[in-house]
Design a protein around this ligand. Structure first.
Ligand SMILES: [Zn+2]
Length: 213
């Protein structure tokens, strides 16, 4: 990550215009996902990880008709955002889910997918690896216990640029839509999902987003 990109992210230049995310006045890259499209009033922001290492492979999957899943935004490892659905349209990121009397959060929330390998396993020689067997250096691993689980595990670290991007973009979205809260997929589908997991500072990110409107 270059100083220049960090300056752009830190400058808080994100805004929402006609349900599209802009940075410095220009729309971020947009690729229309086929997964969703019904009109929707966003009440919540929901955070996910992709369980992968590449924004390109995540987006190719979310645009694939077989996926039956997508998100409004994908945030790459360097913090770059791509939008896949207008923010006034439902997108299939939550699946079976519930929160405070609402059933099916796809109809009530904007979803952000952050490129992150998620929960890791110990491979040969005790080295951390992803569920597909790709090695992750110790410097990118957070060992922590998920609040919905009993024992510690390894989790792929999020980058500083990703956290900054989620705060800045979430704040711009909150200014436009007035979220009730910022949640993790693990909050709204706790028996099925563990993302974004303990490596993501969800409560502090939520406080920063909701405190800025
Ligand atoms: Zn998820």
């Amino acid at each position: 990550m270059t100083e220049t990109m960090e300056a752009v992210v830190g400058a808080g230049e994100f805004a929402v215009r006609a349900h599209r995310l802009t940075v410095g006045g220009a729309a971020v890259p947009f690729r229309q996902s086929p997964h969703g499209g019904a009109r929707m009033k966003p009440l919540y922001l929901v955070i996910h990880y992709t369980a992968g290492l590449s924004a390109t492979s995540a987006m190719n999957w979310f645009l694939d008709p077989r996926a039956r899943a997508s998100a409004h935004l994908v945030i790459g490892r360097q913090g770059a955002a791509t939008q896949l659905m207008g923010f006034d349209r439902a997108c299939w990121h939550a699946g079976q889910s519930a929160w405070k009397g609402l059933d099916g959060l796809n109809g009530h929330s904007i979803g952000i997918e952050i490129v992150n390998a998620g929960k890791l396993a110990k491979g040969p020689g005790g080295r951390w690896q992803t569920w597909t067997g790709e090695a992750i250096p110790d410097s990118e691993v957070v060992v922590a216990r998920h609040r919905n689980e009993a024992v510690e595990a390894g989790w792929h670290a999020y980058t500083r640029e990703q956290i900054a991007a989620v705060v800045e973009i979430g704040s711009a979205l909150h200014t436009t839509y007035g979220f009730r809260d910022v949640l993790g997929h693990e909050d709204i589908a706790p028996r099925r999902k563990v993302d974004p997991g303990p490596a993501f500072p969800l409560r502090s990110v939520a406080a920063r987003i909701l405190g800025r409107a």
